[in-house]
Design a protein around this ligand. Structure first.
Ligand code: COI
Length: 355
């Protein structure tokens, strides 16, 4: 259990307009910080007024990207409570990322305690408008100042919070996806399963290309053969083909999403056949789209929630999905998941934790 020192701000910021929050652009009054030094371990857990960091220009994170992060949300229920959704899953995934990035372990209960402490002090910042939430960004950075390539001897673990609306500018309207056949995001043995900044840096060139062509996201193919569909980078991806819901297996190259896991649980409880083992080739996917057997496509993620996909582009060919309209299963997942998260529906799974 952390002993968290609290230093409250004396200059609270004006609150942003809830009608135009956007995603990740505004930040609350406080942040959680904890330091690590070799020989001493994690120490000095504290909440401070939100402020810029002071880092030595030689800090390892700035050169070799030794860092890890998480994405989660605090929700405002209709009766005014503030809740988190499966925070222990983020804590577990963060621990897995940190192991891969050689960042010293943060006990899962300390991670959850830190997140809850920040949400508690900034609870007034959890927005109330429909489909808004307080997006939470826990992250760890390597702070040692030296230019040799090695794990840092010192780190900071921080949590910041951002009142946010929908991740995509199109809101909940179906997004257009560009299937990337040149760059790759992950390969066996690399860091695809981990939530580390390097994965996202490597994805930018493909994303810029897709944006220039009018697509909002990139669907990544596997890094060995560029043949099997994997994920969208900011979301896991699901495809309904011939009545079977398919998504890529989490075998090292795909991020194990909390929303992905929750959707699979809901779908199976509704009696749907979910196949998260058989690899789906891009040829099979395009063929299913051409022949009308691709019933629905949607992405899942903490930031993106459930995001319908209305169009796919691959090697010069564009195929519509459900004529660009949201499918019934996609809508049901969205309604059920957000219903549980915002307390409109019962939570039979014990997913929701009150702060
Ligand atoms: C999330 O869904 O929370 C993510 O981290 C995806 C993206 C915003 C990086």
């Amino acid at each position: 259990m952390l002993d968290i020192q609290i230093n409250r701000t004396t200059a609270p910021k004006p609150r942003p307009d809830q009608a135009s929050l956007g995603f990740g652009r505004h930040f609350t009054d406080h942040m959680f910080v904890m330091d690590y030094d070799e020989g001493r371990g994690w120490h000095d857990a504290r909440i401070e007024p939100y402020h810029a960091l002071t880092l030595d220009p030689a800090a390892i994170v700035l050169h070799y990207a030794q860092e890890s992060f998480e994405g989660m949300k605090a929700y405002r229920t209709a009766d005014g409570r503030v809740t988190l959704f499966r925070p222990e899953m983020n804590a577990r995934r963060f621990a897995g990322t940190n192991r891969r990035m050689c960042i010293p372990e943060i006990p899962e209960e300390d991670f959850v305690q830190a997140v809850k402490a920040l949400v508690d002090i900034d609870r007034d910042w959890v927005p109330t408008a429909p489909d808004t939430s307080l997006y939470l960004r826990p992250f760890a950075i390597a702070t040692e100042a030296q230019l040799g390539v090695k794990p840092s001897a010192s780190y900071q673990f921080l949590v910041i919070a951002s009142p946010s609306g929908a991740y995509y500018e199109s809101g909940l309207d179906p997004v257009k996806i560009y299937v990337e056949d040149e760059y790759i995001r992950a390969a066996p043995g690399l860091t695809g399963f981990a939530k580390c900044g390097g994965n996202y840096a490597a994805s930018l060139a493909g994303q810029v290309k897709a944006h220039d062509l009018g697509y909002s996201q990139v669907l990544w193919l596997d890094g060995v053969e560029r043949k099997y569909v994997e994920e969208v980078g900011s979301m896991n991806c699901f495809f309904v083909i011939d009545g079977v819901v398919r998504t890529a297996a989490c075998t090292g190259t795909v991020l194990p999403g909390v929303t992905r896991d929750s959707c699979m649980r809901l779908l199976r409880d509704w009696g749907c056949t979910v196949d998260d083992q058989t690899r789906l080739s891009i040829d099979e996917l395009m063929d299913a789209a051409r022949t009308g057997r691709l019933e629905e496509v949607f992405g899942t993620g903490t930031a993106a929630v459930i995001s319908p996909v209305g169009q796919l582009y691959y090697e010069g060919e564009t195929v519509p999905v459900r004529d660009g309209k949201t499918g019934a299963l996609t809508q049901r997942l969205y309604d059920t998941l957000t219903g549980i998260q915002y307390g409109r529906l019962a939570d039979p799974y014990g997913w929701v934790t009150e702060v």
